[in-house]
Design a protein around this ligand. Sequence first.
Ligand code: CMC
Length: 431
Amino acid sequence: MTQKQTLTVRDNRTGDEYELDITDGTIRASDVGKIGKSDEEPGLAVYDPGFTNTASTRSAVTYIDGDRGILEYRGYPIEQLAESSTFLEVAYLLIHGELPTREQHDQWVHDITFHTFVHEDIKTVMRGFRYDAHPMGMLLSSVGALSTFYPEARNIKDPQIRHEQIVRLIAKMPTLGAWSFRHAQGKPYVYPDNDLTYTENFLSMLFKMSEQKYEPDPRLSKALEVLFILHADHEQNCSTNAVRSVGSSQVDPYSALSAGIAALYGPLHGGANEAVLRMLKRIKTKDNVPAFIEGVKNGDERLMGFGHRVYKNYDPRAKIIKKATEDVFEVTGVNPLLEVAQELEKIALEDEYFVSRKLYPNVDFYSGLIYEALQFPPEMFTVLFAIPRTAGWLAQWLELVDDPEQKIARPKQIYTGERQLDFVPAAQRWS
Ligand code: CMC
């Protein structure tokens, strides 16, 4: 039997000692709250802006070891999934916790495929946006609007109803994402083609014009499949935390996911690959790389696409994406900025500044190059992230809904404002 682990804390204000249980390397905030608690005083609390050292949940979905550069979905290494699985199989794995049997897989793919269409009124909602609306703004609004089309979705305790919304969301995200792209181009929206695979259908809805049937190059749909697998989940990041936080109010999953999309919209989260592309364009040629690196070392700016809050090693997703760039460029021709990116990586990986700070390429370093080669404008990059992340958000949302330990998210604050001022009515203050 393993020995119970505890932490002894002495409150130097009173001399009282407390023994706190340590479970899975954590202490309970509620146990900390017993320290110094009396009828007059609240107990001690923990101050942690940005939750940098606070576990908000127990989760069996995604494992990350940032020091070793390990990422696993439900225990399966990301490298193996990217190499040999499909996005829909990975989505099943994330949602259900295990790989599907053949029958389960076929049923799952069938269900997702036959829910790709959206109500025509959603099209009207999307048409109402300005001609140059940002596709992420359109996506988050239209996903939120879906809750009004499926009011039964609010019955989040009913497993069958939950399952139906999960299928709908995974199925409809490519349709909504593609339509938000077509909208900005003034092109007609393309309906789903259910003969195609998930990524093929997405490419068809993005790029089909007058041809009878759109047939994407299999190397492109495969590359997109790999990118979708890599972006499917990443444990308790900002958008997942938003989904869980909003979902903890027991709202329907469409509303909870639109909060996740809103969080992803922000430049600190989903927008870094766009910044990488802008940086590469500015550097322009391989010869300008040494001077740029010097500027980074002098603190003038950051090398975008390098460094990560969690990974202090090569981001495992970056390695896989680097390989996918080769497959895409075989079809589209090499993006001349690849040479600049490779030179940056080569120099940075040898330079003491980056080595000592454990700064390695992250997932965004190469993905922007692929997206640009596929002719996506930068505003679409985050939409390409949101579509696959839907599977992860839903897996995390399901876990939340079934977790008896979870409560409505409601952090504490340290109040820094005034107290007990006397209100003077406007007529007196302004006279
Ligand atoms: N270029 C140059 N220096 C850097 C960089 C960089 N990209 N990232 C960190 N540093 C330096 C930083 O200046 C600091 O140096 P010092 O100790 O001398 O002050 C040290 O490294 C530690 O940096 P930090 O800001 O404390 O690290 P963090 O964990 O808070 O930041 C980060 C993580 C991702 C915000 C940061 O590395 C960064 O800004 N990178 C560039 C933006 C980027 O590529 N973001 C995409 C992240 S991956 C997307 C995802 O998974 O969702």
